[in-house]
Write a protein that binds this ligand. Structure first.
Ligand code: NAD
Ligand code: IPM
Ligand code: MN
Length: 350
């Protein structure tokens, strides 16, 4: 039987709460099957830093890299907590993992499920995927500050965009569009960010030539936010840089009924490194410990993980269980009640 080595990073805040439910569903969908998951838990995040002073050691990183895949809840403390200033959990842990494991595709699907009331009066049919570049852009941290704290302070954040990095994520997005509705939208800000913008535009135009059956269009990021609210059905595959993709996917989550539903995968398509699956949301300190978090995003991330590992049938069962659960929702449920309900449904779907 196949054994999958899974690294589990529950993290901080609601991370452990939603990961407990994701694991419940993973256990349910694999019970009695011929694939088993061998899990290793890694205690990482703001909590670990406050205890030991470590963010992500080299040993942690190489141990995690020896797994087939990673499931992560959320990491990070209360924004602005002065005790976490030196930890920089977001860069030192999350981005370090994404960069070191070459997660150049950050895959973030958005779908308005049947029975789900989003905030829009006339949402239409919403079903698109944001392909967010994951290893470049302003996230590289190629900047610096001088004369800090003086009236003459200069603080720079440089956006790094390489032809290699842009081309590989653009190719992934076109391949994905070929398997979907064959519509691809580049989102950027080419009117202002002319250097990076022209590189992205040129590469999209070049790769488009190899995909004559994919309809390609372009939107500036500000206009894209308008259409995400007024006509989200116009999107199928959106390809965009690291920062724009971050912002658009929180908006996409809100538009499709809440950030608690939004799943994601940080993918290394070449398979050289383990891919990492996590909800789009963060550690939500405002509701942590109260069983108020919706674990659906974490459970949906398990579906993406299973699909990535080629376990299509299992992935499909989890997705269908989520769909059925959402269609049947009424009234407030706790985090674990939602997890229990989806885990139970998974076992009835064959
Ligand atoms: P957040 O996503 O944690 O929370 C934003 C809002 O959404 C909050 O009101 C929260 O209660 C709500 N929310 C989030 N997840 C929910 C869920 N599953 N169910 C119901 N409501 C949910 O964003 P933030 O407050 O900006 O960040 C908190 C911390 O998390 C920060 O330290 C941030 O850096 C970190 N963060 C981590 C990740 C990650 O680990 N991938 C992602 C985003 C933010
Ligand atoms: C996300 C988060 C991260 C990002 C932060 C916490 C580094 O917001 O996964 O969307 O910006 O990518
Ligand atoms: Mn984000």
């Amino acid at each position: 039987p196949r054994v999958v080595k899974l690294a589990v990073i529950p993290g901080d805040g609601i991370g452990p709460e939603v990961i407990a439910e994701a694991e419940k569903v993973l256990d349910a969908v694999t019970a009695g099957g011929d694939v088993s998951f061998e899990k290793t838990r890694f205690s990482l995040g703001a909590g670990r830093f406050l205890e030991t002073g470590d963010t992500l050691t080299d040993d942690d990183l190489s141990a995690i890299a020896r797994h087939d895949a990673i499931l992560l809840g959320a990491v990070g403390g209360v924004p602005g907590d002065p005790r976490l200033k030196d930890a920089n959990i977001e860069r030192g842990l999350l981005l370090r993992l994404r960069f070191a494991l070459d997660h150049y595709v950050n895959l973030r699907p958005s779908k308005l499920y049947a029975g789900q009331a989003g905030p829009l009066a006339e949402p239409g049919d919403i079903d698109f995927v944001v392909v967010r570049e994951g290893t470049e852009g302003p996230y590289v941290g190629n900047g610096g500050a001088i004369r800090q704290g003086t009236p003459h302070e200069v603080a720079n954040e440089t956006s790094v965009n390489t032809a290699y990095g842009v081309e590989r994520v653009v190719r992934y997005a076109f391949d994905l569009a070929e398997r979907r509705d064959r519509r691809l939208t580049l989102v950027h800000k080419t009117n202002v960010l002319v250097n990076a913008g022209s590189l992205w535009k040129r590469i999209v135009d070049e790769v488009a030539g190899e995909h004559p059956d994919v309809a390609v269009d372009y939107l500036h990021v500000d206009a894209a936010t308008i259409f995400l609210v007024t006509n989200p059905g116009r999107f199928d595959v959106i390809v965009t840089d690291n920062l724009f993709g971050d912002i658009l996917t929180d908006l996409a989550g809100a538009v499709t009924g809440g950030i608690g539903l939004a799943a994601s995968g940080n993918i290394n398509p070449d398979g050289a490194f383990p891919s990492m699956f996590e909800p789009v949301h963060g550690s939500a300190p405002d509701i942590a410990g109260s069983q108020k978090a919706d674990p659906t995003a974490a459970i949906g991330s398990v579906a993406l993980l299973l699909d990535h590992l080629g376990l299509r049938e299992e992935a499909d069962r989890v997705s269908r269980a989520i769909e059925e659960d959402i269609a049947a929702r009424s009234g407030a449920r706790s985090t674990s009640e939602i997890g229990d309900a989806i885990a139970a449904r998974v076992q009835t779907i064959r």
